[in-house]
Write a protein that binds this ligand. Structure first.
Ligand code: PMP
Length: 324
């Protein structure tokens, strides 16, 4: 779909996958005025195709658009764009267990203009790619690297938006995490380097011995839809949920004293990943070989059962994508 200041949103169409042409002066190439979303289409046992809370992704895209001075795409257009893509060829949604079709909606400044100001011509696209099961041979707990040299997003910055620049700044610390044998990088707040923010591409949840789930509240992290859903499921089971500032010492000392019994990361791609160990320059907590936490795994199971239609959708989270 195209957008211009004068014409608004227009020209919705499905075209064959292939390169798109951009003017070398397109604003996105110079000032990174772009945003995106990530969600999945799931095939249920009866063959029907569904997605999980696409309206929440559509609303998040709107919040990202506002921060990046891009035009707001109505949530109905967002959901419709995904339905239209599936309508062309639903056979791309795989049916093997735990597989899906990954959907990547994105919007960028197309206008050729070298001055620094919001673009007056913008494009919105959705591309899709079949995704295999994230974990083959069982969900494996991972180690996480604490970045102390770099932060991801500062106060008043773009941390809460899903925009490429946040990911560009996480590439170097992410490479550092790999060098230390870790799957992802953990960022702290940029001001005091004291409070936990999130991983490069996932949110974090700590589970206390008394069953309370604690997760960072911050206006510089991405509000994960997976995290919101997992916490809802935990609340339904009677767990207390705390959204508040969490210091890195609370994590470290909690694991050392046994007050924190499980830690997990969550996001659309892997759903829920147990975190066995936290590594930093000057300390390591947790055991890399520790098994996945029981609550972590049972919440993961419940959420994927809802997504794949194996459990009733009691919260009205699923949207059918193919024509009934
Ligand atoms: N934080 C970041 C930085 C992410 O990229 C993602 C993945 N979109 C998440 C958190 C988790 O968000 P969601 O559960 O909506 O996928």
């Amino acid at each position: 779909i195209c957008w211009s200041e004068r014409g608004g949103w227009h020209r919705p169409r499905v075209q064959a996958y292939g390169p798109i042409s951009l003017d070398p002066a397109a604003a996105v190439l110079h000032y990174a005025q772009e945003i995106f979303e990530g969600l999945k289409a799931y095939r249920h046992a009866d063959g029907s195709i569904w997605s999980f809370r696409p309206d929440a992704n559509g609303r998040r895209l709107q919040r990202s658009a506002k921060r990046l001075a891009l035009p707001e795409l109505p949530v109905e257009y967002f959901v419709e764009s995904i339905k239209q893509l599936i309508a062309v060829d639903g056979s791309w949604v795989p049916s093997a267990p735990e597989t899906s079709l990954y959907l990547r909606p994105f919007m960028f400044a197309k206008e050729a203009f070298l001055g620094v100001r919001p673009a007056k011509k913008v494009n919105y696209y959705v591309i899709a790619s079949p995704a295999g099961a994230y974990f083959t041979g069982g969900v494996t707990p991972v180690s996480i690297w604490l970045s102390t040299d770099y932060s991801r997003a500062g106060k008043g910055g773009t941390g809460a938006a899903k925009t490429g620049g946040n990911y560009a700044s996480s590439l170097l610390p992410q490479a550092e995490a790999y060098e230390h044998g870790c799957a992802q990088v953990l960022f702290l707040d940029a001001q005091e380097a004291t409070y936990i923010e999130e991983l490069g591409g996932m949110n974090v949840v700590l589970v206390k011995r008394d069953g309370t789930l604690v997760t960072p509240e911050s206006d510089s992290i991405l509000e994960g839809i997976t995290r919101d859903s997992i916490l809802q499921l935990a609340q339904d089971r009677g767990h207390r949920v705390e959204r508040r500032r969490v210091t890195i010492d609370e994590w470290r000392e909690g694991v050392e004293s046994g007050d924190i019994v499980e830690v997990f990361a969550c996001g659309t791609a892997a759903v829920v990943t147990p975190i066995a160990q936290l590594k930093a320059k000057d300390f390591t907590v947790g055991d890399a070989d520790a098994p996945a936490g029981e609550l972590t795994m049972s919440l993961r199971q419940e959420l994927t059962d809802i997504q794949y239609g194996r459990l009733p959708d009691r919260h009205g989270w699923m949207t059918r994508l193919d024509a009934e």
